[in-house]
Design a protein around this ligand. Sequence first.
Ligand SMILES: Cc1cc2nc3c(=O)[nH]c(=O)nc-3n(C[C@H](O)[C@H](O)[C@H](O)COP(=O)(O)O)c2cc1C
Length: 364
Amino acid sequence: MNTPRPFSPELTRKLESFKGMAKPMKLGSISFDSKLLLAPMAGICNIPYRLLMEDLGAGGTVSELISCHGINYGNQRTLEMLKIHPLERNVGIQLFGEDAEAMSRAAEVTESFGPKFIDINMGCPVTKVVTKGGGSALMKEVTALAPLFEKMRSKMKVPLSIKIRTGWDSQNRNASEILHIAKESGIEWVAIHGRTRTQQYTGLADWDFIENLNDTKELPLIGNGDLHHPYGVSERLQKTKCDALMIARGALRNPFIFVESLDPTYASQKRSKFSGSDYWEVVQRLHTYTTETFSEERTILVQIRKLVVWFAAGFPHAAAFRSQIFACQNLNDCLKITEDYFLSIGESQKFINYDEVFMSSGHG
Ligand SMILES: Cc1cc2nc3c(=O)[nH]c(=O)nc-3n(C[C@H](O)[C@H](O)[C@H](O)COP(=O)(O)O)c2cc1C
């Protein structure tokens, strides 16, 4: 494991000036450096991206959802997904499945990889997952939950958390009932995406519902949903009753969202301190982590390409950059194009139209 090259003094100074505003917090029995956490995202929250986000101020991270059956079958690709980098300090591994026995066996294996906590996916709306009884379908079978949680708990030492939605549909928003069962069965905290399963990613996350759940005082709560830009996150952070907030899609288009959102004055300024050359440094670090994690050049290229294109969103000529990057089949050329692009934008500000839909599907 190589320690990455330090960021430049200029970028380090900017990051530190924000990180000083982070408030450490406790969820259940463990501590995190900031209340702003990276949400799990399938195909994205692998080692390089999680490490990068921790470097850029995420108080904690969660892996993508990992199949308990894949773990129990000893599937090599699934076991690879359980790996944690020695530099990762605050990572949880998320498991999905429907069967208490299979989930508890998988939790035991997962724990041997050294996560800080294990999370159960109870929010995935994808048909392939819910028809087997996993993901958000778990919210429908409430009587099966206590045995599931207790069985998993009996096999592991690190904290167990759950990530849910508000309910299955608008007639069945049973998150508070689930919180109660979770508390009685040894779950330490709950993350909630403020939509129902049937909503998938449509409409808006219901933040009144999330905030009201805090009144039950059952368990520490992490609120999630539509926290896309630093001024929105900053506003929410100041008024929320949640113990922490989780950001998913917002961190794809703005890798500095975890630090920028800590600044209460950001809401009025709406001006980012981070320049094109800061973005280029971030990409270089992403490259270091990605080459360390994956050996095949094609995989490295695919991983880096999608992220640099998202990071460029909202900057001038981002569409032309995107076309160039996706036409490029060679890693070195891709990096050169990225360097030229980010260094050319200098101090130009990002302008993202947050009313436009961005990534309207996912596993939670
Ligand atoms: C591409 C993508 C993949 C996702 N994968 C997962 C996952 O593996 N596990 C999970 O619990 N949630 C997953 N989610 C849901 C997010 O964690 C989050 O709950 C949701 O996107 C709402 O937050 P946001 O508005 O900040 O994006 C995924 C979301 C997206 C967009």
